[in-house]
Design a protein around this ligand. Structure first.
Ligand code: G
Ligand code: G
Ligand code: MN
Ligand code: NA
Length: 253
């Protein structure tokens, strides 16, 4: 895997890119937004996935610099789109330790002011595990982002430790059901009960539910029958680079 020196060099050379994976309405396939996923266009190794650089970035604290580079690229795209009257909600992943950054909401607010873009166009995704590690005080940033109109999604819901209490405490707007459930849907009958339960829970808590990892039409049919509305997965689209995402938006209209 790349070294810390290489990662630093990559950050300085602006080699990290925002890619975009559509979130869609299951029934119509219409775009509901996109998750922004980091990729590293490495000069020698090609395009690298987060698994190759995120762990080292998280442990070294460089994740913060990655976030702001990716975030800036996302806002650039939104600005370009809004010039053509088009709005697409973009969801950025927040690493657990970023919750300790008391300035994050302030900086996001400043970026929105500078670009004139609405907070409603942004969502921030947090993993359950990250929230369990986070000290209660640091959760203030999340509330401030929410007050600015931004969405807040609990990512990988149902995987690892459950944090239903966090779901109550924090002003989440979305839950993303971990892809493990969809994967087992056809082999483990009880998985269906969990998904149906999540649909009911989300509805009762006034949250939108995104089912992750939808790969087949069979899964799509089953999920529709269970009342799922939103999904993300290879059946609809893989993560796309900026150009690919632009092209997808063009064919959407
Ligand atoms: O496509 P995929 O391999 O893109 O992503 C793997 C994991 O990396 C996902 O769990 C995703 O949440 C995480 N990830 C992708 N981009 C970012 C990013 O910009 N910041 C953080 N913190 N995590 C990211
Ligand atoms: O943040 P999160 O862990 O949710 O990031 C989404 C991850 O899931 C990314 O690595 C993305 O590439 C991956 N992904 C998205 N859709 C699918 C899918 O349909 N199947 C599989 N196997 N992975 C997916
Ligand atoms: Mn995510
Ligand atoms: Na996820």
């Amino acid at each position: 895997p790349p070294t810390l020196e290489d990662i630093l060099r990559g950050l300085e050379q602006d080699e990290f890119e925002a890619w975009f994976q559509p979130k869609v309405h299951l029934r119509s396939g219409a775009l509901a937004g996109a998750e922004v996923l980091a990729r590293w266009r490495h000069p020698e190794r090609g395009v690298l996935l987060p698994g190759q650089f995120l762990p080292l970035m998280e442990s070294s604290g460089l994740i913060d610099r990655l976030f702001w580079q990716i975030f800036r690229q996302g806002l650039d795209l939104q600005r370009e789109l809004s010039g053509r009257g088009r709005r697409v909600n973009l969801a950025f992943n927040l690493a657990p330790r970023q919750l300790e950054d008391r300035e994050i909401a302030t900086r996001v607010g400043q970026a929105l002011e500078q670009t004139g873009l609405p907070g409603e166009g942004l969502t921030f995704e947090l993993t359950e595990t990250g929230l369990l590690e986070a000290p209660a005080a640091s959760l203030e940033s999340l509330v401030r982002l929410r007050l600015m109109g931004c969405g807040l999604a609990m990512d990988d819901f149902g995987a690892g430790y459950s944090s239903l209490d966090r779901l109550c405490e924090l002003p989440f707007s979305q839950v993303k059901l971990d892809s493990a459930f969809v994967r087992k849907l056809t082999t483990q009958p009880r998985t269906g009960a969990i998904i149906s339960g999540a649909v009911a829970l989300a509805e009762a808590m006034d949250l939108s539910l995104v089912v992750e990892g939808v790969e087949t039409t069979e899964q799509r049919e089953r999920l529709l029958a269970m009342g799922c509305d939103l999904a993300q997965g290879f059946l609809f689209a893989r993560p796309l680079d900026r150009e690919g995402f632009r092209n997808l938006l063009a064919t959407e209209r």
